[in-house]
Design a protein around this ligand. Structure first.
Ligand SMILES: Cc1ncc(COP(=O)(O)O)c(C=O)c1O
Length: 478
């Protein structure tokens, strides 16, 4: 029995052709049916963040359809997580194969009873996209728990360096059971103001994008450095932005000293290639190159969080490929477009003892078979090149809109289709996003006043032109 039985592939292909343009048929979004469903869900869950209820049967390609019949061109894609659009025929076909259905049904505790296919699957699928120089992988569930476990790997690595070949002491084994040193050592992870690395307790300690994510939650005293805030256009502000890099890097070096003296040495540094939730703040390749040098000098691991940037939308599979680092980063975390979470690393970050980095599922083979097909389509259809192409059209168009509406927009930035533009303030930003939705475009906000674009990898030039036309209309009517 197939999950989507009785589908004639040719017919299905035409049935899934995406709409030519957005259609908005309600005066407000959410429309009446969404509002009704929200009331229903509100009886059992918090619903404050829900924008509308989608109809995923009817959503196609780059277009998401809501329960009220509105069809929106989606350039937010489930917070940057949909690589090939909705109901891609190749992904639906994956589940015509009974073997794949069985993979879905029989989900293993991967750390204990992996299936016979698992070593091959990891090697032939995930390791094929491993960042250059990283030959190990730990699979996980989501972005937050990937960072959380990567921190643990870094702490274990750091302590192993100190311990050398000695065994755990009795004191270490007893003290860790009551959260005290030396077994639970006072180590720290350095992060950056404006960063977002997730919401579990360790990851949250390195998240600094919005107070609402953190308020009332106890946290660690870990160092936080400034992340560069550039002036745009970049070509006209080279000297100033270089100074900004230097200021932030010297803060990193200073904080490492301060925390060493405090008795909380920096075991690792976590950084996004482009700070995403925090406002799409970019930093130069030189910033990352020098950050890596500082990490090496201090004996700290460099963790690059590619949860949002990974998977192709920056015009490279991993955004840090743009940085020409002198050696690979120590750890690279992923999730979102890659369907499951996890991190790539080198041998040094593989714990020697079992159960130190562990959880029941440790990933999901069901997601890996979807990822396999996604990666095939990316390759066959040359989608990274497509992103570079459509990203250029979108970016050039945003720069043009900036010139047309200098009192409303500024600082267009980003790589590939991973783009953002600032508005004059948060209120104007929210109004533009709402009005764009009413004009058929689903975008998202980030930071205090930015609009971010996170289209699929199958977002083409014609889609970019629709976004730009609708945005122009919204800006004209403000
Ligand atoms: C850079 C980055 N890291 C980590 C996370 C957390 O991922 P998740 O929401 O899957 O826990 C996010 C989520 O938006 C992210 O953008």
């Amino acid at each position: 029995m197939h999950l989507i039985s009785g589908i004639n592939s040719a017919k299905f292909f035409s049935a899934t052709a995406e709409p030519k343009e957005p259609v908005v048929c309600t005066k407000t979004i959410p429309g009446p049916k969404s509002i009704e469903l929200n009331k229903q869900l509100g009886k059992i869950q918090s619903t404050g963040s829900i924008q509308y209820f989608a109809d995923y049967d009817k959503s196609k390609g780059n277009y998401i359809q809501d329960v009220d019949g509105n069809i929106l061109l989606d350039v937010f894609t489930q917070i940057s997580s949909v690589p090939l659009g909705y109901n891609h025929p190749r992904l639906l076909n994956v589940f015509k194969d009974d073997k794949n259905i069985k993979t879905l049904v029989n989900r293993p505790a991967l750390g204990v009873f992996p299936g016979k296919e698992w070593p091959d699957k990891l090697q032939s699928i995930l390791m094929q996209v491993a960042p250059k120089g990283l030959n190990k992988i730990t699979t996980m569930m989501c972005g937050s728990c990937s960072n959380e476990n990567a921190f643990k790997s870094i702490f274990i690595w750091y302590q192993n360096k100190l311990r050398g070949s000695s065994k755990f002491t009795q004191d270490e084994m007893c003290s860790c059971m009551v959260n005290m040193p030396p077994g639970s050592p006072e180590l720290s992870i350095l992060s950056f103001h404006g960063a977002f690395h997730g919401r579990t307790l360790g990851s949250l300690a390195t998240t600094h994008s919005k107070y609402i994510h953190k308020l009332d939650i106890p946290s660690f005293d870990w160092p936080i450095a400034s992340f560069p805030k550039y002036k745009y256009p970049l070509e006209e502000n080279v000297a100033e932005n270089k100074k900004e890099d230097e200021k932030c890097l010297s803060e990193v070096a200073d904080l490492m000293e301060v925390y060493k003296k405090k008795g909380k040495p920096v075991a690792g540094v976590i950084v996004e290639p482009i700070q995403s939730e925090g406002g799409d703040n970019e930093a130069s390749p030189e910033f990352f190159q020098n950050l890596q040098k500082i990490c090496k000098k201090n004996g700290s691991a460099l963790l690059i969080d590619e949860v949002q940037t990974g998977g192709g939308s920056t015009g490279k599979f991993w955004c840090h490929e743009y940085f020409n680092l002198e050696s690979p980063p120590d750890v690279v975390t992923f999730s979102k477009k890659l369907q499951l979470g996890g991190y790539f690393h080198n041998d040094d970050f593989l714990p020697n003892e079992p159960y130190r980095i562990f959880n029941t599922w440790m990933g999901d083979p069901g997601k890996v078979i979807i990822l396999e097909e996604i990666l095939k389509v990316i390759k066959e259809e040359n989608l990274i090149a497509n992103v570079q192409n459509s990203g250029k059209v979108l970016k050039d168009g945003l720069l043009k809109l900036e010139k047309e509406f200098p009192n409303l927009l500024n600082s267009t930035r980003g790589r590939g289709t991973f783009l953002a533009v600032n508005t004059v303030d948060g209120k104007v930003r929210d109004t533009i996003i709402t009005n764009m939705k009413l004009n058929g475009i689903q975008t998202g906000g980030c930071g205090e006043n930015a609009i971010r674009f996170r289209p699929t990898l199958v977002f083409k030039e014609n889609h970019a032109n629709i976004v730009l036309d609708r945005m122009r209309k919204v800006l004209k009517n403000l």
